[in-house]
Design a binder for this molecule. Structure first.
Ligand code: FES
Length: 255
C-alpha cells in the first residue's frame, strides 16, 4: 500500500522539527512503520528524498537498529528479555514457553497475525527481572504463566495493562508515539517505582545526599582530580625514596 498524502505531510513535518533535517530520520522511520507495519522500500526512498540523503544511507540505518523491521509485524510486538540477568531469573524459560505456546520461532508472527515474538536485549529494567515488553511497555517480574496469560488476552482482543499501568494499544500505535506524535497516554502509570527507588529511600532514611560542587571542591580528597593528584604525589614520593635508597646502597655511583 502506498504511503498516504497525510503520512507524507507528517514526514515533512518531522524533518522540519530539527535544525539539521537528517536528524529526523529515526522518528521518520518509526512513522513509516506506524502506517505500513514495517520499513518499506517506498518509505526508505521517500525519507531519503525528503532528507536529501541516499536510499542506501536510510537503508543502513533501518537495518542497523533492531527496532526497525523490514518484515510486516503482527498487531502486537512481544519482546522477552533474554539478556544475562533476565535469562537466569527466568527470561529464557518464558521465551521457550511462549515459542511453544504461540507456535512461532524468534522474530516470527502467529498465524492470526496478532503477535510477533522476539527475544530482546537488556531493557535497563534489570531490577524487575525477568522483564517482558509488549509494544515497548514493561511487564515486570514475569513468569511463563503470566506471560502466556498476557498473550492469550492480546489474541482474544481483551484489555491488557502493563504492570506499570499503561494500556496496551498496538505496535503501530506505539510506533506513532515513538515518531513523536503523542497519544495522550503519557501519564499512565508511575514514572519510577519499587526496586528502582530503594537506593533513594535508604539515602533519605539515613540523611545522605550528594555534595554540592562547592562542597566537593572544599574537600580535596573527595574530587577525582584531587585523587589523581594524590596518586601522582604518592608515586613521586615513592620514586624519590627508591632513588635515595639506591644511592645509599652503592655509595652514590648508581645513575
Ligand atoms: S537483563 Fe533484562 S532488563 Fe536488564
Amino acid at each position: 500500500m502506498a504511503l498516504s498524502d497525510e503520512t507524507k505531510a507528517e514526514l515533512h513535518e518531522l524533518a522540519g522539527r530539527y535544525p539539521e533535517a537528517r536528524s529526523a530520520l529515526l522518528p521518520m522511520l518509526h512513522l513509516v512503520q506506524s502506517t505500513e507495519g514495517n520499513v518499506t522500500n517506498e518509505g526508505i526512498e521517500l525519507c531519503a528524498e525528503i532528507l536529501g540523503i541516499s536510499a542506501a544511507e536510510v537503508s543502513g540505518v533501518s537495518t542497523f537498529y533492531t527496532m526497525y523491521k523490514r518484515r510486516p509485524m503482527g498487531k502486537h510486538h512481544v519482546g522477552v528479555c533474554t539478556n544475562t540477568l533476565c535469562a537466569v531469573m527466568g527470561g529464557d524459560a518464558i521465551f521457550e514457553r511462549l515459542k511453544d505456546h504461540l507456535d512461532v520461532g524468534n522474530d516470527e508472527t502467529t498465524d492470526d497475525g496478532k503477535i510477533t515474538l522476539e527475544h530482546i536485549e537488556c531493557n535497563a529494567a534489570c531490577d524487575f527481572a525477568p522483564v517482558m515488553m509488549v509494544n515497548w511497555e514493561f511487564f515486570d517480574n514475569q513468569t511463563p504463566e503470566s506471560a502466556i496469560e498476557v498473550v492469550d488476552k492480546l489474541r482474544a482482543g481483551k484489555k491488557v495493562q502493563a504492570t506499570r499501568g499503561a494500556t496496551i494499544t498496538s505496535w503501530r500505535a506505539a510506533e506513532r508515539v515513538l515518531a513523536g506524535f503523542e497519544d495522550g497516554l503519557v501519564d499512565e502509570g508511575p514514572a519510577a517505582a519499587g526496586p528502582s527507588l530503594v537506593g533513594l529511600e535508604i539515602a533519605a532514611e539515613k540523611g545522605w545526599s550528594a555534595p554540592s560542587v562547592a562542597e566537593a571542591k572544599a574537600k580535596p580528597d573527595a574530587t577525582p582530580d584531587d585523587k589523581v593528584g594524590a596518586v601522582e604525589q604518592a608515586d613521586t614520593s615513592r620514586a624519590e625514596s627508591e632513588t635515595k635508597a639506591a644511592v645509599s646502597d652503592d655509595g652514590g655511583s648508581k645513575k
